[in-house]
Design a protein around this ligand. Structure first.
Ligand SMILES: [Zn+2]
Length: 138
């Protein structure tokens, strides 16, 4: 599956290669993080000067590296959101990816318009609140 990740604010492509490039902020510290473009893969490459400031359970703010817009979900405040397009599908259906902003909390939800897929061992904690909401579309 070939997924293109886009900023929901400015539409910039955030994975020019295999990694998704985001700006992470915690308190006064900011750093670049490179996330896997596979939903459910929580391997992160991170600026150690930043990562060393973050402990399990801390809530990170993610920002677009292009427009610096916050990626925090408006409806689920401890989650961040990105747009995903499956570039191998003919209709290029745009999906919503929502992932936990809590450090080391592995919960990711992928909405493709009529279904929700869960990833991560903490996802079941949020299943009830992550049902399909009619209007997340763009
Ligand atoms: Zn942006």
């Amino acid at each position: 599956m070939s997924l293109a990740y886009h900023c929901p604010k400015c539409d910039a492509l955030l994975n020019p290669n295999v990694r998704v490039v985001l700006v992470a902020r915690f308190g006064p510290k900011q750093g670049i993080v490179l996330m896997s473009s596979q939903p459910g893969n929580y391997q992160v490459i991170c600026d150690m000067g930043f990562c060393h400031e973050v402990a399990k359970g801390d809530i990170i703010e993610f920002k677009c590296p292009v427009c610096h817009g916050s990626l925090t979900s408006e409806t689920h405040k401890t989650f961040a959101e990105l747009k995903i397009v499956n570039t191998e599908k003919e209709d290029n259906n745009t999906c919503l990816l929502r992932f936990s902003r809590v450090s080391e909390e592995h919960a990711t939800f992928l909405y493709d318009g009529d279904s929700v897929r869960e990833f991560g061992e903490a996802a079941n904690l949020f299943s009830d609140t992550m049902t399909i909401e009619g209007d997340w579309g763009w």
